[in-house]
Design a protein around this ligand. Sequence first.
Ligand SMILES: CC(C)(COP(=O)(O)OP(=O)(O)OC[C@H]1O[C@@H](n2cnc3c(N)ncnc32)[C@H](O)[C@@H]1OP(=O)(O)O)[C@@H](O)C(=O)NCCC(=O)NCCS
Length: 388
Amino acid sequence: MGENTPTTTLTDSIMAPDSRSESLILTHPTAEEKLATWNLNSVNWGTALSVADYLEREQYLTTVPLARNGGITHWILVDRSLPPNERPILASCESLRKPVLVSHNGVVTEAFTHGIGSVFSQPKFRGKGYASRMLRELGPLLKDWQVDPKTPGMHTCPFSILYSDIGKKYYAKFGWVPFPSTHIAFPPTASSKPFTATPLAESDIEELCATDEQYIRRSLENAQDAKIHVALMPNHDVMQWHHKRENFVSRKIFGKSPLIKGAIAGDVGSRVWAICTRAFYGPLKPESGNTLHILRLVVEDEADVEANAAKLRGILEIAQAEAKEWQLGHVELWNPTKIVKQMVKETGLEHSEVEREEESIASLMWYGEGSGTSADIEWVGNEKYGWC
Ligand SMILES: CC(C)(COP(=O)(O)OP(=O)(O)OC[C@H]1O[C@@H](n2cnc3c(N)ncnc32)[C@H](O)[C@@H]1OP(=O)(O)O)[C@@H](O)C(=O)NCCC(=O)NCCS
C-alpha cells in the first residue's frame, strides 16, 4: 500500500469486523448501550408510542416481577477489544426466564426456560452475519445460563423458545424448530350487553392462575403417549408481564388502562375462562395489526361441549366488545385444541382459522435427546401467554 492510501479499510474492519472473527464476543450491554439499542429498535417495535415513551416502557419492563432479580438478560454481540460504550453493537437481543413443566411417561419435572425476544441488528450492520453469530452462540449458552443445581425448579433449562416474526426458516438454521402456530380470529363487535359471562378484573387473575397451574400439571401427569410434554407455566408473573405492558401502553395512548383482563362463565368445577391482553403494535389503524389476544383459555371440565360452547360464546362476546372499544383489529385465540375448535364452531360466532407463516412462529430449541421436533415433543398450552 502506498503512503497515501486511505485508511478506510482499517476503520471498516473495526466498525464492521468479519462475523466469524475470534474477537467478537456475546456479552451484556451497559445501561448506555441498552438505551442505544432501544433507540435504534424503536423503529421496529415502538411505533405505537413516541420514542421517549417506548424507551420508558422498555426500562419499566425490566422492573416487573417476571423480569426482576435477573429474570431478564440483555445480550449484545461486540468486539471484545473495544471498551464498553465505545464499541459498535453488532447485534442484540434479550432473554426472559420463565418456569416450565416437563413430563415423560407421566413423571413431571419443574424447570425453567429462556424466551428470546427483540433479536436485532442495526440497519447498517445487516446481512453481515452478526445476528447469526449471536444466535449460534446464544442457543447452547442458554442451556446453562442461570442453572442452579441447588435451587428447586432452577436445576435445569431443558429448552429455550422464541417467536419468529421472520418466518420459519431463519431461526430453524440455528436449532429453534417451528412448532404449531395457528390461531382463530374473531372480528371486533359492538357491545351486546347484557353479557352472559362475567368480566375479570386484574385482582381476579392471581387465584385463577394458581388453579390453572394445577390443571396444567395434571394434564402433563395424565399424558398417555410416549412423547415428552412441555408447558410454560401460566402463572401470575407471566400474566402480569403482559398486563403491565398493556397498562403502560394504554395509558400512553388513551390516558387510561383497561379494567377488563378477561372473562369467566360457569360454576366452580365446570368454569370456562379466558385471560386477555390488548397489544398495540403500531398506530390505531387496521394495518398495525393491533390485537385483543386471549393469553390463556381454560376449560375446567371438557365433557359437555355444548354447555362449554355457550360459556365460551359469552366470554368471546366480551372480548369482541373490548376489541371494538379499544380500536383493535381482531380477537386472536392461539393454537386451540381439538375440543376448543369444536366449541368455537358451536358458538356460531363468525371466525376464521389462520395458519401463521411469517409472524409469531412459536419455535423451540430442545437441549435433551431426540429430534426436538413436534414428532417427539408436545407443547401443551402453546398459547399467547408464552410469547415474549
Ligand atoms: C432479522 C435481523 C436481526 C437479521 O440480522 P442480520 O445481522 O442482518 O442477520 P444475518 O446477517 O445473520 O442474516 C441475514 C439473513 O437474515 C434473514 N432475514 C433478515 N430479515 C429477514 C426477514 N424479514 N425475513 C426473513 N429472513 C430475514 C435473511 O435470510 C438474510 O439473508 P440475506 O443476507 O440473504 O438477505 C435484522 O434484519 C433485523 O434487526 N431486523 C429488524 C428486526 C427484526 O425483524 N428482528 C427479528 C424479530 S423475530
